[in-house]
Write a protein that binds this ligand. Structure first.
Ligand SMILES: [Zn+2]
Length: 75
């Protein structure tokens, strides 16, 4: 069950990109695969047991620390 820390992105870099809002306490998405993705700053689990394609290209604002995360490429 692989677990990855996501890459932090600058809010400037996230301009014009669709950012999904994570709510603290609940994963943004859960189920469908075996990969877990954590906030690159505070290690909150943002995506839990998802398939790789669910995380691919995701840009997520952490509900706990407010940092913007993107998927680490690990093909
Ligand atoms: Zn965080």
């Amino acid at each position: 069950m692989p677990q990855f820390d996501m890459i932090l992105v600058d809010p400037e870099q996230a301009k014009g990109v669709e950012v999904e809002d994570h709510t603290a306490g609940t994963p943004l998405r859960e189920g469908g695969g075996d990969e877990t993705y954590r906030c690159g700053s505070c290690k909150t689990k943002l995506l839990v047991n998802v398939a790789h394609h669910d995380a691919h290209g995701a840009v997520i604002k952490c509900g706990k620390c407010g940092k913007i995360n993107t998927e680490p490429h690990h093909h």
